[in-house]
Design a protein around this ligand. Sequence first.
Ligand code: PMP
Length: 350
Amino acid sequence: MEFSLDNLVRENIKKMTAYSSARHEYSGTASIFLDANENSFGSPLTENYNRYPDPLQLKLKEKISRIKGVPFQNIFLGNGSDEAIDLLFRIFCQPGKDNVIIFPPTYGMYEVCAEMNDIAVKKAPLTSDFQLDLATIEGTIDANTKLIFVCSPNNPTGNSINRNDIEVLLNNFDGLVIVDEAYINYAKQKTLIPELTEYPNLVILQTLSKAWGLAGLRLGMAFAGQPIIDYLNKVKYPYNINTATQQLAIEALGNISSVNNWTKTTVEQKDWLKEELLELTFVETVYPSDANFILVRMKDAKKIYSYLSAKGIIVRDRSSVILCENSLRITIGTPEENKQLIEALKNYTG
Ligand code: PMP
């Protein structure tokens, strides 16, 4: 099997000319910018946002590069990792012809983006212990399969996918393997970032929306070989990351210690919640989790979901999802929130 990016990219994407923004077209220093039809006076705010943002977010990428140990040429930044997911479809999948493979139960946006782009979704459900079913996957791949999505740690099950199995895919599939590591900061399993130099078909997704506590800023990261990153930059909206997000993300990335403390507390609280939940007679299984949430199988999940929401506590009902029958997905909250959740559940009488 020979990996060739050229064979994977859609012809129209190869041929198209990327939008060239005003700020791309000059080099050197300048002090008067009359090139982009901005308002030269300022903004009706204390901070000025009258100028367009850096289209390639270089300062922010340098910061991420140092933290992640990935050269900036191997980093794409998106409006959440959801943007990167959508762009991968647009670059690699020919509507009405190509297909992708997902492993349910998993994150919903892979399928939503596929449907939006008129791409067929082939499903190879996880095994009963939420791992890859390699034999089934092998039989699912065909000549038009372009992308395989592996979510690890997986949402909504919480577990990490065996690294060896991911490497089997990387070694045997000549399309792209996208490993979504949104929850990696909470995991015992290590990131696949060091393998980027090994596998030209690997794309890793991470986000500032989870452990970094910045879901409202919308900043997702894709790490991959430079040819893939260049295509992502070619098709993205020219100014996809706004100035405020770029500035605030740079500031936040300098503040790693609070993030580390929250992550540590979240992991401790997860263990505590698990013990408390297992004391409850209606709880059947608390699945192992490498993420900041736990999937809990119980009697009457739907009734318990309604009971909790009537008390103002909102969890995610996953009962209708394959392999998650009668299961709720519970995000780990602050110690106080978790205590209130357990108190409420202890008072549940059916
Ligand atoms: N991947 C996974 C597995 C997720 O669970 C989520 C958010 N629920 C995302 C990606 C989306 O992240 P972002 O906020 O960066 O778009």
